[in-house]
Design a protein around this ligand. Structure first.
Ligand code: GTP
Ligand code: MG
Length: 297
């Protein structure tokens, strides 16, 4: 088996093309091979290479911005190494068309265009419209995976019935998954977020930094600040090299931003409440003044 193909044969189904090959030239000459990230786990990710699927460990430079951590759908440069060395993901070529963070929380509901995902109605039109990558976004139970399966023509993606009492989803899809579409292009199924905006970012935080949230379960204290508390599993992971310090810094930054957004929202609610009180007081004052005038006359 040779890893040195001149073009990404097995990768074309995943979107590899001449343009990408061209931009990969410097990585090629450095002995790296292209791969597409199809799933991300702790410290490793599932990738598709020209010669098939592989599990690669992450060997990205610490200097990288935390947002540059590999995500499902990313193109990556892989160092295959020598057996028994595990292939390593060493660089992430520039992303195109990335949504870093959306604040359109109010309009995010029902963004999944599901023209009868279960019945297949309108699917041919939708399929014909898809080029490149399509990402299924929306709340749990919206039918993202069902629509994905319809587009794929297979039952690849796991789906789950909504809860009987309130019709909400059960978070069936737990991680992002990339699969090639039969008519070209790729599809990324995602776990359902309750909201995509900052106001509801708690859950997003849990998903983007699932590794840290998972580590935090092992901390001695439930409210561990991952600073200098004894028995902190997050600091232990940093000490052992399992977790990068920059990733924790990125997590903290987003967490602070989220707390700020939440408190701002609370302040706005309090202010609105205050306004109402002012209005009531003013109208009461006017009522008393009116009565006083009535008495005097
Ligand atoms: N009747 C009908 N049911 C649908 C449709 N799309 C999805 N469902 C049902 O809704 C339920 C949830 O669908 P999923 O595809 O698992 O939803 P999801 O958005 O992937 O949910 P998460 O993975 O939890 O984020 C399943 O029982 C589906 O069969 C549809 O177009 N019509
Ligand atoms: Mg799903």
């Amino acid at each position: 088996m040779s890893f040195h193909h001149s073009s990404g044969d097995g990768l074309s189904a995943y979107g590899w093309d001449a343009g990408l090959e061209e931009s990969f030239a410097s990585h090629r000459s450095a002995g790296l091979v292209p791969a597409r990230v199809v799933g991300v786990g702790r410290g490793a990710c599932d990738v598709i290479t020209e010669t098939g699927p592989l599990r690669a460990r992450l060997a990205l430079p610490e200097a990288l911005d935390p947002i540059s951590s590999p995500c499902t759908g990313d193109w990556a440069a892989l160092s295959l190494g020598h057996q028994p060395e595990q292939p390593a993901l060493v660089a992430l070529p520039a992303r195109h068309g990335v949504i870093v963070r959306s604040s359109a929380s109010r309009s995010s509901h029902g963004q999944v265009l599901a023209p009868g995902a279960a019945t297949g109605e309108g699917i041919d039109v939708l399929s014909a419209m898809i080029t490149g990558a399509v990402v299924l976004l929306g709340p749990s139970g919206a039918g993202k995976s069902t629509l994905g399966n319809t587009l794929l023509g297979t039952e690849t993606l796991e789906t789950g019935a909504v809860r009987a009492q309130d019709g909400k989803g059960r978070h069936t899809t737990v991680r992002r998954l990339l699969v090639p579409l039969p008519g070209g292009g790729v599809l990324i199924d995602t776990p359902g977020l309750r909201g995509v905006g900052l106001m509801d970012a708690d859950e997003g935080l849990q998903q983007v930094f699932a590794d840290i949230e998972e580590l935090a379960l092992g901390c001695r204290f439930g409210d561990c600040g991952h600073d200098s508390e004894p028995g902190c599993a997050v600091q232990a992971a940093i000490a052992s090299g399992d977790l990068g310090e920059r990733r924790l810094a990125g997590y903290r930054k987003l967490q602070r931003e989220n707390e700020w957004a939440t408190s701002r929202n609370d302040a706005r609610l309090r202010a609105r409440h205050g306004d109402r009180k002012k209005t009531i007081t003013r109208s009461l004052r006017e009522t008393y003044a009116f009565r006083d005038r009535q008495r005097r006359t």
